[in-house]
Design a protein around this ligand. Structure first.
Ligand code: FAD
Length: 480
């Protein structure tokens, strides 16, 4: 069904009821083209027979963290892009890339142009440690480092010095493990991924030999999952350097734990306590690189080298645990120890940013306050994904969030709790505001052109794609 996007169209027929209606075409916009945005769009298009869905994305390219966060050596995780591309092909969907909401277009302009606004713009910032020395060169967030090896334009020129032997990663979640794995994986393996060529060159020249992941609590509290641990255990050219005494208590805990944690801790205990099988033993013995886990430690100060120009290490306070079971809390003691390292990556979580002061933004959690996707106190405004839930969970949980929000948007339009009787101009108004500002929105067809360019360039190099990580270069290819 082809619909134009002017203000005078009528809804044709309602999908669920099959009853013809004379209401206006509901104009819905989504801010952000990550999994949350695309799954919300999919749900709205499926549940409503006439709604027009416009998706605004600040980058010229879609897919958010699927393109710029998910580890390049996990290409199977990126298969959701196929589903997103099918959604983008629907005739009631429009992608408008290269449009930054909050800067090119304000939230109130969107409110005026659309019946419903869905905010799905993720968590684009990171949490700081707030300790002395954090501003030294080579103290970076894992978010920036991940962006760098994934070709994210804003991190393309990140100043990272890999001419160091030891790296300290603060955090023990999956992002921390992704970063450790990329630092330790032989470059010959990484060459087959979509890590950009200039970054591969830098990784090839890396002197990193030892990566330590530091956690506030004990091994029973690690936040990474079993797949990521298994990959570390079997990582070619690397072996674990673990302290046996850290793992001894795990075997008493394991029988009483729920299944996923039980399996994870069984593998952790096995790795920390048991002799590996002969194949793994010889691989670990031959390994030139090591990874370690340091538990019950919190960073309190980052130390400079004697010339004050680089990172020399980090002082860690020893923690004790208070409370019961897996909810125990880490409490710092006065005892400290130091960890030598020349690069520190803090991996303690992402954080959403405020794009408009009229939104109920919770500075502490970095999220927009909402109830099941409905933004608190704002009729017709919704959140989906990390900006509403906080930066936790995987694509699957983001999908659930997206579907939930999509359903409430449609329900509110059906019940009349969102008034769709007044016509809204949708993208027409926004496009003219963009034209006035000289902003050229990128369509999905134009993204497809860039996509094809990246895939063809990558094929010549024996990899899935060679990402373009410069916005001007992207726009040149798009407009060729
Ligand atoms: P995002 O994916 O961040 O999408 C938000 C989008 O909004 C972005 O495209 C952004 O550019 C855009 N945007 C931001 N601000 C604006 C603005 N002002 N105007 C317009 N657009 C804007 N999950 C897995 O299942 N498997 C994995 O292996 C995995 N690996 C991960 C690795 C890392 C390093 C990270 C950080 C996460 C990983 N995840 C993984 C989790 C997964 O990426 C998230 O669950 C998911 O991406 C969250 O989706 P989202 O749409 O809320 O946010």
């Amino acid at each position: 069904m082809m619909l134009s996007c002017g203000v005078s169209r009528l809804i044709v027929r309602h999908l669920r009821t099959g009853v013809a209606s004379t209401a206006q075409v509901p104009q819905v916009c989504i801010v952000g083209s990550g999994p949350a945005g695309f799954y919300t769009a999919q749900q709205i298009l499926k549940s409503h027979a006439a709604a027009q869905v416009d998706m605004y994305e600040k980058l010229p390219v879609p897919f958010g963290l699927v393109r710029y966060g998910v580890a390049p050596d996990h290409p199977e995780v990126k298969n959701c892009i196929n589903t997103f591309t099918q959604t983008a092909a629907k005739d009631r969907f429009t992608f408008l890339g290269n449009v930054d909401i909050g800067s090119d277009i304000t939230f109130s302009q969107l409110r005026e142009a659309y019946h419903a606004v869905v905010l799905a713009y993720g968590a684009a910032q990171d949490r700081a440690l707030n300790i002395p020395g954090e501003s030294l060169p080579n103290v970076l967030s894992a978010r920036e480092f991940v962006g760098w090896y994934n070709g994210l334009p804003e991190n393309a020129d990140l100043k990272v010095d890999l001419n160091v032997e030891s790296v300290g990663i603060i955090g023990q979640g999956n992002v921390a493990v992704d970063v450790a794995r990329i630092l330790l994986t032989p470059v010959d393996i990484l060459k087959k991924t979509d890590i950009p060529e200039n970054i591969l060159e830098r990784l090839n020249g890396s002197r990193v030999r030892h990566v330590t992941l530091v956690g506030r609590r004990g091994p029973e509290h690690v936040a990474f999952t079993i797949k990521e641990l298994r990959e570390m255990v079997n990582l070619e050219g690397s072996g674990p350097d673990l302290r046996r005494e850290d793992y001894k208590h795990l075997r008493n805990l394991i029988p009483n734990l729920p299944r996923p944690r039980k399996r994870l801790l069984e593998l952790l205990a096995k790795t920390g306590l048991d002799a590996p099988d002969p194949k793994l033993a010889s691989s670990w013995a031959a390994a030139e690189k090591q990874w370690s886990l340091r538990f019950l430690r919190s960073p309190v100060e980052i130390l400079a080298t004697p010339d004050g120009q680089a990172v020399g290490g980090v002082i860690l306070a020893k923690n004790r645990l208070e409370g019961e079971g897996l909810n125990q809390r880490a409490v710092q003691t006065d005892e400290t120890e130091s960890l030598q390292c020349g690069l520190i990556l803090r991996s303690i979580g992402y954080k959403g940013v405020e794009i408009d002061s009229s939104l109920p933004f919770d500075q502490r959690t970095g999220t927009i306050s909402n109830n099941g996707g409905r933004v608190t106190g704002q009729n017709g405004v919704y959140v989906s994904g990390w900006i509403g839930t906080g930066p936790v969970g995987v694509i699957l949980s983001t999908m659930t969030s997206g579907f939930t929000t999509g359903k409430v948007v449609v329900a509110d339009m059906e019940t009349g709790s969102v008034d769709i009787s007044r016509p809204r101009s949708g993208q027409t108004l926004i496009k003219s505001a963009l034209a006035e500002k000289g902003v050229q929105p990128v369509s999905f067809d134009q993204w497809n052109r860039l996509n094809q360019y990246e895939v063809e360039t990558g094929a010549k190099l024996g990899k899935p794609r060679e990402k373009v990580s410069n916005i001007k270069h992207m726009m040149d290819i798009i407009h060729q």
